[in-house]
Design a protein around this ligand. Structure first.
Ligand SMILES: [Zn+2]
Length: 394
């Protein structure tokens, strides 16, 4: 615990000094501050050095005895199930999730680097940082994935994602639904006496609301990205400037912006689908499964090009259907963009291959075969609607 605190302090100081002399990109960093009861997240990290010297064990490998532990009990002995973890000096705890994946990784030669215990709302979490031997981390796409080829993904507000295969994944709009409940609680808290027992109780309820929403969102995005990374051999994404897209329209006092409220609503919708998160998730899931991922330039006019003839027509954001003046094609706006994205990505990859002119270049291009939606898509309006990842109503 001490050691991780020291490490964090070191990092914070380093960030501060680098920010001062300008060698650190991004926002200016302040001086390191102490954790406080109100501002900070409740969490602590146990370093690997401490782990190896103490009694923290996930599950001993040995004869299966069905030892059962109650929370806090038993600091020694075997843990034979996938439901307990033992933390040094704290005892053995029943966990909500299964430790099976973790135990398997350790069996295959993974090494625990650190362990973090944290609290969100009224739930406690324990997470382990595991270093895996490199030979087991990368696999290749399956035959089915190669057959499905590459997919272009256009992230949007109207629907969460549109695929170049013609599928549309609806936006669950969790925030909209949870918004009502959250707002009601916030009003109630505002009416409370500050620091009263009732306000503390309500604040805890609000925190739980926020946390549950975050979990729902994370679950949905995880399902979506897993689906993408395990059903295609290559994925093309657009690089979105999230900070720029969601900047406030408020303007300055002398020069106030227009449509501030509308922009705020749009910003909320954009952040609700968390495009940055989707990309981060895809990056590691693709790397795990050996799926190629290509991010294309944010200035590529994906929504303005015609996906069948390549001519350029500017269409307003409100128009959902793309009409091509040159070839007369009619197609869903977002599917059109997704198809453009996948072709642009394919072009980039092929360009890169020909530059290097590697003999195995032909094999590298294999994941990038593009399959367009069937004839249905030509009239655009009949795009298939995929029921988003299961279990959530939109
Ligand atoms: Zn056209």
């Amino acid at each position: 615990m001490l050691r991780s605190g020291q490490k964090q302090y070191e990092q914070a100081l380093d960030n501060f000094f680098k920010s001062q002399n300008g060698s650190r990109a991004g926002q200016k960093m302040g001086k390191p501050r102490f954790k406080t009861k109100t501002r900070s997240t409740d969490s602590f990290t146990i370093d690997a050095v401490d782990i190896s010297s103490s009694t923290m064990i996930i599950r001993d490998i040995g004869p299966k005895d069905h030892a059962r532990y109650k929370t806090g009990e038993a600091s020694t002995g075997l843990i034979a199930d996938y439901r307990h973890v033992r933390l040094s000096h704290l005892g053995t705890f029943r966990v909500f999730g299964s430790t099976k994946v973790l135990v398997r990784q350790l069996d295959r030669g993974g090494r625990i680097k650190s362990c973090t215990v944290s609290r969100s709302a009224d739930r406690w979490y324990v997470s382990f940082l595991v270093e895996l031997p490199t030979e087991i981390t990368r696999s290749t796409p399956t035959k089915k994935q190669y057959k499905a080829g590459a997919v272009g993904v256009d992230l949007g507000v109207k629907s969460l994602a549109s695929l170049s295969t013609g599928e549309i994944i609806p936006n669950p709009r969790f925030l909209r639904t949870a918004d009502k409940k959250i707002k009601r609680l916030q009003r109630k808290i505002a009416r409370c006496q500050k620091g009263s027992k009732n306000s503390i109780r309500l604040k805890r309820r609000l925190a739980r609301c926020h946390h549950e929403l975050a979990l729902q969102r994370a679950g949905y995005l995880n399902e979506l990205t897993s689906m993408l990374a395990s059903s295609f051999s290559a994925i093309a994404l657009e690089d979105l400037n999230v900070a720029g897209m969601t900047s406030s329209a408020r303007g300055t006092v002398e020069n106030p912006g227009k449509n501030v409220k509308q922009k705020a609503g749009l910003n909320r919708s954009i952040l609700d689908i968390s495009p940055g998160r989707i990309r981060t998730l895809l990056e590691y899931k693709c790397a795990d499964r050996g799926v190629e991922m290509q991010v294309i330039d944010r200035f590529f006019p994906s929504s303005q090009l015609c996906s069948s003839c390549g001519s350029k027509t500017t269409i307003p954001l409100a128009k959902r259907i793309y009409h091509c003046d040159v070839c007369g094609g009619v197609i869903d706006r977002d599917v059109n963009a997704a198809i453009n994205i996948v072709y642009e990505a394919k072009r980039l990859v092929e360009q890169k291959c020909s530059e290097h002119s590697a003999p195995e270049g032909a094999e590298d291009k294999r994941p990038w075969s593009v399959h367009l939606p069937s004839t249905q898509y030509v009239d655009g309006l009949h795009t298939r609607k995929r029921q988003g990842p299961s279990g959530h109503s939109s």
